[in-house]
Design a binder for this molecule. Structure first.
Ligand code: ADA
Length: 553
């Protein structure tokens, strides 16, 4: 087996408002990795360059993996730049010659200044730092570069394996599923593309998230990859998991916490997902960026279905229509598909949240992004979340139609006390106007509530108003077969911009969380649970058990 060094821990740290010269930095401080430097004193809220450094014993050919940074960065080995981290949140890997065995210095220069990938107007905070684990593997000269595992027939447990070695060699490779006997395969020109039947296979579903292991041995290299056997596809307006109707219910979730920023520890992610699952939910939309490897692994093991997407939020022309913007979106789409290919939890890949999909000029962009993901993964479902509703001219280009309607909140007139009566008719008009030959889901809906603010007349921003709004929306979407899913906006309040935002961001937070930023449930939590327990969705949720209320106490 390859040995993997986990480099998480205490690193030297230096902050500078201007881009520093690495050779001249005085590392006067220390911070933790993973961690966001701008969540606590003395760097709270500051924007600039946060440089992390530590020493590591290693050498020879190595693979360095970083599970997400913010907002951008560069990686250095003994002062030499070995790679760029262009995209916030994106897991990245670098293979390079680390020199002679011995002590070396690794530095990660992060920068939390906004740029033309993460614009300052995005409705979520742009944290700085190293969000996920940093790991280093020493590689033999001939190594397994990549393995893709996809289910070709869930009824027989057949999988397609595509293996790439580091050299174009013709060599034997040993494959072993779980504790079974090793089977020999042949690499031709460094590649193998073949179908295998997994012995004693068990299907992956949200209720039974069975994980299989594939051990690959090539010369001195050996890796173990996890995978699940499951098929997700559409049939007319239905979504199918292993041939059975699947409906989705869950939340949009930001990586956000007052003390951790976007570097949530695994224990926090686990607590979030367990809580969401206990409500009977089976789905997370990882809004609005690529998801950490550790998060996806957790979802694989917990049986949580995931939509992940490129970073890009309401970018408008002229930037949207510039070739440069499309190139970076395509690059992100390919990278995220490659990074998460083997995770059974991923069912949907997306891009460009709330883009200008009413403009004919945007069609080629959507088509190009769809094709880029499809070229990497022939099976996943592909879409984007639209807020152009009846005016959207791109619904024919995707596999699932996904819309973000906000009746009851964003449709307020100056003199309306409540907009709740608008929800049912608005949902109905929208669903009637959409093509009925494809599955349709609500990828966002919601309203704000300030935790602890109560009002007997259900004033806007009260917990009562939000609870009523979400219960009304959920009772429609969870009981009408025309909806294959509902992702509530959002799981918990998430930091946005301190100086406010046109839609109203009191406290500097997007307050549409069903929990506050410390995960304390608002009234909407129980209201949604009640809807879920009574809904049609429960018959099609892939077997997720809803905990009794007594188990939640
Ligand atoms: C949009 C957007 C979300 C959030 C939401 C809101 O739908 O996709 O990121 O900003 O609006 O709270 O207004």
């Amino acid at each position: 087996m390859r040995t993997q060094k986990i480099l998480d821990g205490i690193w030297n740290f230096a902050f500078s408002e201007m881009e520093p010269d690495l050779g001249k930095i005085r590392f006067a401080d220390v911070l933790s990795v993973p961690g966001c430097f701008d969540v606590a004193a003395p760097y709270f809220g500051r924007r600039g360059y946060g440089v992390y450094r530590r020493s590591v014993e290693s050498g020879g050919l190595v693979k360095l993996a970083i599970d997400g940074i913010g907002i951008s960065g560069k990686v250095f080995w003994d002062g030499r730049e070995i790679g760029e981290l262009k995209y916030a949140y994106m897991p990245e890997e670098f293979i390079f010659d680390a020199g002679k065995k011995g002590s070396h210095e690794i530095a990660v220069m992060t920068c939390n200044l906004h740029n033309k990938i993460f614009y300052p107007f995005y409705d979520f905070y742009g944290y700085g730092g190293i969000f996920g684990s940093v790991t280093l593997e020493e590689l033999p000269e001939l190594f397994i570069r990549r393995v893709r595992i996809s289910t070709t027939d869930y009824r027989t447990g057949s999988v397609r394996l595509r293996i790439e070695a580091s050299e174009k060699c013709d060599r034997e490779i040993l494959l072993r599923f779980d504790d079974g006997n090793p089977v020999a395969g042949m690499l031709k020109q460094g590649c193998l593309d073949a179908e295998f039947r997994v012995p004693d296979f068990r299907l992956w579903t949200p209720g039974t998230p069975n994980i299989h292991l594939l051990r690959l041995t090539l010369g001195n290299d050996e890796i173990v990859e996890e995978f699940g056997i499951r098929e997700v596809r559409t049939d007319g307006a239905k979504l199918l998991l292993n041939g059975e109707e699947l409906r989705l219910m869950g939340y949009n979730r930001h990586e956000s916490h007052p003390y951790f920023g976007a570097a949530s520890p695994l224990s926090l992610m686990t607590a979030d997902l367990q809580f969401i699952r206990a409500q009977g939910c089976n789905f997370i939309r990882g809004s609005h960026y690529p998801q950490r490897r550790s998060f996806l692994k957790l979802c694989d093991h917990l049986g949580m279905l995931v939509w992940e997407e490129t970073l890009g939020w309401d970018v408008k022309p002229p930037d949207l229509l510039s070739g440069e913007f499309l190139d970076q979106q395509l690059d992100q789409a390919r990278k995220l598909t490659r990074a998460s290919f083997n995770h059974p939890c991923i069912i949907i890949r997306g891009f460009l949240n709330e883009t200008e999909s009413q403009m004919p000029e945007v069609r080629p962009i959507i088509k190009a992004l769809y094709d880029a993901i499809r070229a990497e993964d022939e099976l996943c479902l592909i879409t984007f979340a639209s807020n152009k509703y009846e005016k959207d001219c791109c619904t024919d280009l995707v596999d699932i139609i996904a819309m973000n309607p906000y009746p009851g909140w964003c449709d307020a007139d100056w003199d309306t006390v409540s907009g709740i009566q608008n929800i049912r008719p608005r949902f109905q008009r929208l669903v009637d106007s959409l093509p009925s030959d494809k599955p349709y889901m609500i990828s966002e809906t919601g309203g704000s509530a300030v935790y602890g603010f109560h009002d007997p007349f259900r004033a806007r921003w009260s917990e009562e108003y939000q609870a009523k709004l979400l219960a009304t929306a959920a009772s429609v979407a969870l009981n009408d077969p025309r909806y294959c899913g509902l992702a509530v906006w959002q799981f918990c309040d998430a930091k946005s911009y301190i100086n406010g935002y046109v839609g109203g961001r009191p406290r500097g937070f997007n307050d549409k969380g069903v929990c506050d930023e410390y995960r304390r449930p608002k009234m909407a939590w129980a209201a949604l649970r009640e809807c879920i327990v009574k809904s049609e969705y429960l018959k099609h949720n892939g077997g997720v058990p809803v905990l009794e209320e007594t188990d939640l106490k």
